[in-house]
Design a protein around this ligand. Structure first.
Ligand code: HEC
Ligand code: HEC
Length: 468
């Protein structure tokens, strides 16, 4: 923070900071700013975030491109604890922004126990050719994935079995909430809430979570992966070569499955020899990994353990695993098996291991952890103040056609939402006529000015969604 200038008070000899003069107004402003408000007439930019030119993979579903308001609705749903049967758990309970949307616990806690696998980071899920999700790829798309945790008896508890309410009960519960009526209308044209729409909106938000401000990206913007990056240390560059080169060429072969520059998993990957199961037993179905970006925080500390079973507490333990893949694991990806039938033994030196580790650390960005548009929109008391009324640059034009005077008022509202156009001569009594915002959120109303009404006041007002 810059140094504050001080004013010298000659009489008393005390130094008084200039800022004291403004202290009280500043305090008031700070307190007000802490109340979070979701402005639906001016949503954050999710649809047109900048994507580096070298990023080419994209698994966006054809009928569910990201829109700013769609992802905004998804953000609200992602953070809303009312999506669990006892109002205690939201998606964000197990996918925490400050942990790259993963969890420090090996098994995360839901409404009725803990998860069978470790929570996954949600980083750049869009920028991958693999369109299936979960460690075992059992969800065919992000849209399908998005409502699975809600159906899960242990996670959010709208399973419709074991005494749980069903998803249809959640539909009834959320349909009664006016914020959702406005949001669904704005995004889908009407307030009807369905599982498909919930899935689409959440998928838009999750798919919008992107991270491209790492040290790696700064280097990749100037060089290809095969060349040394000027902004890397010698160790990071050596680690990059080890990561990308195949084992028969002096490398560790990581890029064969975790493919730069997205670091997404090869859709054809088999499992990597990590086959234990939380709570005991064997699980050979885990063939997907999230992007290897943001494995650690800005200080190089892992967000939690790695792999589906949370069995690797550090990057070094991950590298040690690939350095010496255990023998006799059925179904191991053939890239980890040599011609003689032996499992991979890389014989990396301690220096080479720390080079790979240094390189993996360069894949960590900063904005994903704090970007407000990915953050919890709810206030600590679970309130979600929403702005629906136009507040920016309402434009009024007067026209005169053949002696008939009329006024046109333009403003931006929430797409598809019903408003009232109101006029008054005294600011007390208002006449209203209905007007619906266009699919772009434009509110336009033209009304004749009655002869003799010299002074008129105009405004748009919110009209409640009629109950379904
Ligand atoms: C109780 C903890 C918990 C809750 C609540 C939860 N998740 Fe997860 N999430 C997990 C775990 C654990 C996995 C890995 C599960 C597996 O693969 O079997 C996971 C996996 C995912 C994945 C797959 C990521 C990938 O790269 O394949 C996505 C996406 C996801 N969750 C989104 C959500 C959304 C959206 C919600 C809310 C509707 C949610 N999660 C609620 C724990 C949770
Ligand atoms: C044959 C394909 C393959 C190769 C080669 C490979 N991986 Fe993996 N990797 C996977 C799969 C599949 C998973 C998820 C496995 C699981 O959790 O059971 C994974 C998981 C990981 C994880 C944990 C991710 C997380 O979110 O917990 C890290 C880190 C990782 N790999 C790094 C590496 C490094 C470094 C190398 C090179 C030394 C490498 N991988 C080589 C397929 C591969």
């Amino acid at each position: 923070m810059a140094h504050r200038s001080l004013a010298h008070n000659g009489k008393s000899g005390y130094w008084i900071p200039w800022s004291m003069l403004f202290l009280f107004p500043l305090l008031a402003a700070t307190v007000l700013a802490q109340e979070k408000v979701l402005d639906l007439t001016n949503p954050a930019d999710y649809a047109n975030q900048s994507i580096p030119a070298y990023i080419t993979k994209d698994n966006t579903t054809a009928d569910n491109a990201i829109t700013d308001l769609g992802a905004t609705l998804g953000r609200v749903l992602f953070y809303d604890k009312r999506l669990s049967r006892d109002d205690s758990i939201s998606c964000s309970s197990c996918h925490r922004q400050e942990k790259a949307f993963s969890d420090t616990a090996i098994a995360s806690t839901g409404v009725a126990g803990t998860t069978g696998r470790h929570s996954m980071r949600l980083v750049n899920p869009r920028f991958a050719s693999e369109a299936k999700f979960f460690w075992d790829e059992r969800a065919s798309s992000l849209e399908v994935q998005a409502t699975q945790p809600i159906h899960d008896h242990f996670e959010m508890g709208f399973s419709g079995t074991l005494g749980d309410p069903a998803f249809s009960d959640l539909v009834v519960k959320l349909s009664a909430i006016e914020e959702y009526q406005v949001l669904f209308k704005g995004v889908f044209g009407n307030a009807t809430l369905t599982e498909e729409r919930v899935g689409k909106a959440i998928a838009q938000f999750v798919r919008s979570i992107q991270s491209f401000d790492s040290k790696y990206d700064a280097g990749r913007a100037t060089r290809n992966d095969g060349q040394d990056f000027p902004n890397f240390t010698a160790s990071e560059n050596a680690g990059k070569m080890l990561f990308t080169a195949p084992p028969n060429n002096g490398g560790a072969g990581c890029a064969g499955c975790h493919r730069p520059p997205e670091f997404d998993i090869d859709p054809n990957s088999g499992h990597n020899g990590v086959v234990s199961k939380i709570g005991g037993g064997t699980d050979t179905t885990n063939t997907r990994s999230p992007s290897l970006r943001d494995l650690v925080d800005a200080n190089g500390v892992p967000h939690g353990a790695f792999m589906h079973d949370g069995s690797k507490p550090s990057l070094l333990s991950v590298i040690d695993h690939y350095n010496s893949i255990p023998a006799n694991v059925p179904g191991l990806d053939r890239r980890l098996v040599r011609a003689n039938g032996q499992t991979q033994q890389l014989n990396l030196t301690a220096g080479q291991k720390s080079d790979i580790e240094a390189f993996l650390r360069t894949l960590t960005g900063t904005s994903i952890y704090t970007d407000e548009k990915f953050s919890n929109p709810f206030n600590p008391d679970d309130t979600l103040p929403i702005v629906v009324l136009p507040h920016d640059s309402a434009e009024m034009t007067l026209s005169d056609q053949n002696g008939v005077q009329s006024v046109t008022l333009c403003a931006s509202g929430v797409p598809n939402v019903d408003y009232l156009f109101q006029a008054s001569t005294d600011l007390v009594h208002w006449t209203s006529s209905p007007v619906t915002a266009t699919a772009n959120g434009d509110l336009v109303m033209t009304a004749p000015i009655a002869a003799g009404d010299k002074k008129l006041f105009y405004r748009f007002a919110y009209q409640a969604v009629p109950s379904l």
